[in-house]
Design a protein around this ligand. Structure first.
Ligand code: HEC
Length: 204
């Protein structure tokens, strides 16, 4: 009883501290009948294993807008034209116009950027993508849809050259590689701003 009395007195000083101490008392009493939770093991030895360096390398394939992550290799418009016809046109159309549910990759209006108010405007590489390096990153990890990861670096650079040229962004003679791709200025780049919102009361 006297102990409880001291806790109540402490409450006058700080409600929060009092709650904490009170809760502590309750737990201490309950602990006598409930087994304490054992500390977490340092490793769950029976689940999984450490990934090998080769496995991590195989997953570590992202390419960022600065070009970091782009591998050696080079691609040309001519090689890209052949490859696109063979591996991509069945879904995206011979001219990248998009067949059925498959997206259009070439064209699309470049004079307006009001996608938010008109969802029907087709978003394409030419009118929506802010960074050319995304072509490498995305095609490498996701395309062709039925065999992602099957293209060589030269093939990916080549379809990127084809798609950029057909969208009127680079010339047909431009060699695309780890040095030139990040330098390509995408038409939609200026439509994006860095999101510097911090949240909280200043949220806008
Ligand atoms: C079997 C059908 C199929 C084939 C073949 C295919 N794609 Fe696709 N592609 C898709 C689908 C479906 C999407 C949309 C995926 C999504 O939105 O998640 C897509 C999306 C894309 C996009 C992103 C479009 C955007 O603006 O968001 C690019 C770029 C692309 N494909 C390139 C290629 C290239 C290059 C090839 C050939 C090497 C290829 N695709 C072969 C079905 C295909």
């Amino acid at each position: 009883m006297r102990r409880r009395g001291r806790l109540v007195a402490a409450c006058v000083l700080s409600v929060t501290a009092c709650r904490g101490r009170d809760a502590g008392v309750v737990q201490k009493n309950a602990a006598s009948s409930v087994r304490p939770t054992p500390p977490a093991p340092e490793r769950f030895v029976s689940i999984g294993r450490a990934a090998t360096a080769a496995e991590i390398r195989a997953w570590d394939i992202d390419v960022n807008p600065s070009g970091e992550g782009l591998p050696p290799g080079r691609g040309t418009y001519d090689a890209g034209t052949t490859l696109f016809a063979k591996r991509c046109a069945v879904c995206h159309g011979a001219k990248g116009e998009g067949l059925g549910p498959y997206p259009k990759l070439i064209g699309g209006p470049t004079d307006a950027f009001n996608f938010a108010s008109d969802a029907k405007i087709p978003k394409t590489i030419g009118n929506y993508w802010p960074y050319a390096t995304t072509l490498y990153d995305y095609i490498r990890r996701a395309m062709p849809l039925t065999a992602p990861g099957s293209l060589t670096p030269d093939e990916i650079y080549s379809v990127a050259a084809f798609l950029l040229a057909e969208n009127g962004i680079v010339g047909k003679t431009m060699v695309i590689d780890a040095r030139t791709l990040p330098r390509v200025q995408m038409p939609a780049r200026a439509h994006f701003v860095v999101d510097d919102r911090k949240g909280g009361p200043g949220f806008r």
